[in-house]
Design a binder for this molecule. Structure first.
Ligand code: MP5
Length: 202
């Protein structure tokens, strides 16, 4: 499937302008035209690693609420996160970056939101949040050609296996439709927009 098709799914359409705001970023435009300051990339890498650690807690809470057979999908996601964290650690090591830095307040707010939701929301709503986090990233990164110094990063969120995984999350969210899904999906889009702003503006 084409990544652009995610934009015509029910939850993406229901997000209105927030969809574009969450999936377009000055940070990514600057990667595209080769003008991204090193400092912005380093900030993104450290904060995204911290975010993914928080997101792992959210996915674990989702796994705890998942019925069979959806549990396989969620546990598969958890295992992919373990591999992804190791990948981030290698990337940071190569660049001499300190991953024990403090989370930026924007990153904190996003992680707090996810973990609180993990406890408070039903599995149906958690699926919409989970899908929102992943689809926002695959669509945002797919706006770039997978070449140049950041090709590894672009590939990570646009490779066919990842896109297939996001599609399965969409199908799971849609087959467990619930009236509370849209509001939380929109909240995720708002956090994505703020996260991209933070990576660019500091
Ligand atoms: C993701 C991410 C995607 N890494 N960072 C933000 C701010 N939003 C979404 O999650 P994953 O686990 O890297 O696929």
């Amino acid at each position: 499937m084409q990544i652009s098709e995610f934009g015509s799914s029910r939850l993406a359409l229901g997000a209105g302008d927030l969809w574009e705001a969450a999936t377009r970023a000055s940070f990514l435009d600057a990667i595209g035209d080769g003008t991204l300051p090193q400092e912005a990339f380093d900030r993104w890498l450290v904060q995204d690693y911290i975010f993914v650690r928080g997101f792992t807690s959210f996915v674990a809470l989702t796994a705890a609420k998942a019925p069979r057979p959806e549990q396989s999908l969620v546990i598969g996601g958890l295992s992919a996160l373990d591999e992804e964290l190791a990948w981030f650690e290698r990337q940071a090591d190569e660049r001499g970056l300190d991953l024990s830095a403090e989370p930026h307040p924007v990153c904190w707010r996003y992680m707090d939101y996810l973990i609180e939701a993990g406890y408070a929301q039903s599995f149906e709503v958690l699926l919409a949040i989970f899908y929102g986090v992943e689809v926002a990233y695959t669509v945002a990164w797919s706006r770039l050609e997978s070449t140049g110094p950041y090709a590894d990063f672009i590939d990570r969120w646009t490779n066919p296996a990842f896109v297939e995984y996001v599609k399965k999350l969409r199908e799971a969210a849609e087959s467990h439709a619930h009236p509370g899904q849209q509001e939380e999906f929109n909240r995720v889009m708002g956090h994505e927009r703020e996260f991209w702003r933070m990576t660019w503006e500091g």
